[in-house]
Design a protein around this ligand. Structure first.
Ligand SMILES: NC(=O)c1ccc[n+]([C@@H]2O[C@H](COP(=O)([O-])OP(=O)(O)OC[C@H]3O[C@@H](n4cnc5c(N)ncnc54)[C@H](O)[C@@H]3O)[C@@H](O)[C@H]2O)c1
Ligand SMILES: O=C(O)C(=O)C[C@@H](O)[C@H](O)[C@H](O)COP(=O)(O)O
Ligand SMILES: [Zn+2]
Length: 358
């Protein structure tokens, strides 16, 4: 089975990718030496589809799971949900010996991971991702957290999972829009680390609702290698995973959370970052076009709606973690498959790149 090992000293773990793994959850988790009580956290779309199977598998392996469901969608990545879930877990008798199972997309993974990071000052958790975003990106790396009204992911913690269980067959139940949006993150991985994957992604059917385990694992391995180098985004390498995200997050936070899906906002942020790479690094426009063609193939947005005000985007993006101490650290491509953190991008360059999206 395709397995990606994330090597982080005592926080190391495996990412397992294979069709049908959902029904082996209990057996797989039993290798981790965790205690019996656990809380499955999921959302209102995913729980009716998959929580029973995960619960059954855990019970068969001797675990005692409780199930906790939040409303589907980005708005659930909130402190209100964190607080509600913590209370539910306490009421269900969970304590320091329990662990969390995050069953869902990136929203559930980030939210449940953050609950695990702070509940009783931190308990273990396992990720079971069910969207493209989460199966290529968010389930790995340990960034957990929620949004603030002022911007995306501004409250959170680094908390690595103990295991990531990826079952590509769960992708079959995604709606078309939610399936396609996730490819923005795979396209990002290709752009920053794997030029050959630009070609491989171009061969995928955007309506397939299935991705080969090897391609998912290849994406997760790109992420794992970056995270191993710079787990807490202090050395600059991990910031490369933010390609397209500075402006993308600004756009995502400029409309009510959930109105634009994460991958849709990142599509626009990617195009803006490509234009800035051309302007500042002389990145070839023909290579930008290869990335834009991929975004178009997955029917991701290429134009910013006039109803979204540029200054709102600028205000939101200035609260991003890459703005610190008065400096802008902006991720640019140097060539197809390679990126850098640049200090040469000004706020005026960013304004111009946002306007060019219209
Ligand atoms: N922590 C990280 O490293 C990281 C990386 C990338 C993205 N993110 C975060 O991830 C979030 C976006 O994640 P997402 O795009 O997966 O969104 P999501 O979790 O909201 O899932 C999208 C929609 O699909 C539904 N869904 C999920 N799996 C399903 C399935 N198998 N069948 C049917 N419906 C299903 C959900 O209920 C939801 O309505 C954003 O908040 C983003 O900031 C985090
Ligand atoms: O894992 C990372 O590092 C990433 O940047 C992955 C991104 O795709 C993801 O959207 C992440 O949540 C962004 O984190 P942030 O801390 O920059 O908000
Ligand atoms: Zn992202």
């Amino acid at each position: 089975m395709p397995t990606v090992h994330v090597d982080l000293a005592d926080r190391s773990y495996d990412i397992l990718v294979e069709d049908g793994l959902l029904d082996q959850t209990g057996e797989l988790i039993s290798q981790l030496g965790l205690k019996k009580k656990c809380a499955i956290i999921s959302d209102s779309n995913v729980a009716p589809l998959y929580a029973d199977r995960v619960e059954k598998s855990l019970r068969a392996a001797g675990y005692e799971p409780s199930v906790h469901v939040v409303p589907a969608g980005e708005a659930s990545k909130s402190m209100t949900q964190v607080s509600g879930l913590c209370s539910e877990l306490i009421q269900q008798g969970h304590d320091r010996a329990s662990f969390v199972v995050a069953l869902g997309g990136g929203v559930v993974g980030d939210l449940a991971g953050f609950v695990a990071a702070i509940f009783y000052r931190g308990i273990p958790f396992v990720q079971i991702p069910t969207t493209i975003v989460s199966q290529v990106d968010s389930s790995a790396g340990g960034k957990t957290g929620v949004n603030a009204a002022e911007g995306k992911n501004l409250i959170g913690a680094f908390h690595q999972p103990k295991m990531v269980i990826v079952d590509p067959l769960t992708l079959q139940t995604l709606a078309g829009r939610e399936y396609r949006e996730g490819f923005a993150e795979a396209i990002k991985h290709a752009a920053i680390r794997d030029a050959k994957m630009v070609v491989d992604l171009s061969q995928l059917d955007p309506a397939a609702k299935y991705v080969e385990p090897d391609l998912l694992a290849r994406n997760l391995a790109i992420k794992a290698r970056v995270v191993e180098e710079d787990e807490r985004e202090t050395a600059g390498t991990r910031a490369l995973l933010n390609f397209g995200h500075t402006i993308g997050h600004g756009i995502e936070a400029s409309v009510p959370y959930g109105e634009m899906l994460h991958g849709e906002a990142i599509s626009l942020g990617t195009i803006a970052a490509l234009r800035l790479s051309e302007k500042i690094n002389g990145f070839p426009a023909a290579d930008s076009q290869k990335i834009i063609d991929l975004l178009e193939q997955f029917q991701l947005p290429l134009k910013l709606a006039d109803s979204i005000d540029s200054e709102t985007i600028v205000a939101k993006l200035q609260r991003d973690k890459k703005f610190s101490g008065g400096e802008i650290n902006f991720v640019l491509l140097t060539k197809l498959g390679a990126a850098e953190v640049s200090k040469k991008v000004t706020i005026e360059d960013i304004r111009e790149a946002i306007e060019a999206l219209r």
